[in-house]
Design a protein around this ligand. Structure first.
Ligand code: NI
Length: 139
């Protein structure tokens, strides 16, 4: 059982007004929900910034499958990181372009390294790493 506590914070009135306006727009039920969400986001981001913490994320790729050897290069690269790549979803977007979404797990630095390597493959038009979290420290 995890205890819930109450705490108060000091904040400039105008800043709080801006915050309240924004959380209403975003559909939060109350300030506590919004603050909890922000704290979780802050913790997830720090897991990534530190680089040596176990985390999860996705890498989204768009590439032209007709570029010579690209499938071999991408497959080799993914095999080299088989311990980090949990799953891959492949969608043929149109005659030329493929969308691939990789679910990845590992240290933040390692995941960024995979994203950077995929980005440099000839024919890859877009490779973006999306931050996730194992959820363990988010409660
Ligand atoms: Ni395809």
């Amino acid at each position: 059982m995890i205890d819930t506590i109450r705490f108060s914070i000091s904040i400039k009135e105008k800043l709080l007004e801006n915050f309240d306006e924004l959380i209403e727009k975003k559909g939060y039920g109350n300030r506590s929900d919004a603050i909890r969400d922000l704290i979780r986001k802050f913790i997830s981001e720090s897991e990534w910034e530190e680089g040596d913490k176990e985390t999860v994320g996705t890498i989204t790729l768009i590439y032209d499958h007709e570029v010579r050897q690209i499938n071999e290069v991408l497959t080799d690269l993914q095999h080299n990181y088989h311990e980090n790549i949990l799953s891959a979803l492949h969608i043929h977007l149109d005659k030329h372009n493929c969308l691939e979404v990789l679910a990845v797990k590992g240290k933040g630095d390692k995941i960024r390294e995979i994203g950077a390597k995929l980005n440099t493959v000839r024919g890859v038009k877009h490779a973006r790493v999306t931050l996730g979290s194992t959820g363990k420290s988010l409660l």
